[in-house]
Write a protein that binds this ligand. Sequence first.
Ligand code: GLU
Length: 413
Amino acid sequence: MAQNPFASAMSQLQTAARAMNLAPSLLKALQKPQRILDVAIPVRMDDGSTKVFNGYRVQFNDARGPFKGGIRYHWDTNLNEVKALAFWMAMKCAVVGIPYGGAKGGITVDPKQLSLGELERLSRGWVQAMFKYIGPWQDVPAPDIYTTPQIMAWMVDEYSKQAGQWSPAAFTGKPIEVGGSEGRMFSTSQGGFYVLEELAKKMKFVPRRTLVAIQGFGNVGAFAAEIFHQAGYVVVAVSDSKGGIVNLKGLDVPAVWKHKEATGSVQGFAGTKPIDNKKILELPIHVLVPSALEGVITGANASRIKAKAILELANGPTTPEADVKLFKRKIPVVPDILANAGGVTGSYFEWAQNLNGVHWTEREVLTKLKPIMVESFDAVWKMAERHQVNLRTGAYMVAIDRIAKAMKLRGRV
Ligand code: GLU
């Protein structure tokens, strides 16, 4: 994990602020979250003892609509990381023009060490601690790393109990049976696919001759591998937290899924060579897709990247030093706040359905998702071209412009 993701986020903001000549008062308003909630969550463990966990919610900016963003369960997560992720959510929602601000939550925990009952009590505890500050028109949480539809089901149940009424629009990423949306499970990856298709047009990549490596095989990476493979792209390497596999002729992705389900890892899949999580970034391929944690492409390894383009499905995988080097080497990096925005866009559809008491088909959802991703890619690409900046700065310029307008209209600056 990166040393200081929030410092990286602020450095990205500075670069964009300079490029667009942002007013100092606006810059200042975007450098600090509106609210930080840092709470203790006591949980009764199965052995009768009580353990206290650290929980967070950082509400960065809500000028454009209710705060929005996932909750991360990870042994390494901390307030600094959650702050960076909250800031990126505000930018992300603005890039794709959905009516939300940005927030992020977290709990420092290794969820694999908890029993199902402990996990449920911990999740309900997070909601009890945050109850006053969240809700359909205040702040709408969702899943992130190691949080699942089941966890969202417990959370929406707890919220509804506290509120005294069924409140499905308080959380997104729920199971279909309790108000979830078709397509939300894979909307991050599907949105990433629409962006990949646009990138491929610009780079003149033809799917069957385009080699792709994906770091991360979780909520995002596993679906990306599947969707890209189905569309004819050649997925040559994938990895999970334990390590990766490579075969430059291409992987049978559905078979890798089965292998992971059976053994708990992608490792050891027949006909592949092992590769570690660092080396997978340096393969001679066309598109590198970091889909796990932040800070993996750095000033130290950027010069060894052989991919012709990078599609960031993780949040914050590339450090500012790496960005400078990759831009010089003319390797486009489609930034997280654009490339992975299909996730929160899927959440927006879920929230909109819940508020209206309706349920859309998967087809309806995907028909609405595609133009949002394609038009956002286009706006970012044009902005970057016009100002001769990288795609990340272009995306920030699109986002900041929208947030700034909302802040001015609401009299906040
Ligand atoms: N955790 C996802 C993200 O980083 C989704 C957030 C949401 O749906 O609110 O974009």
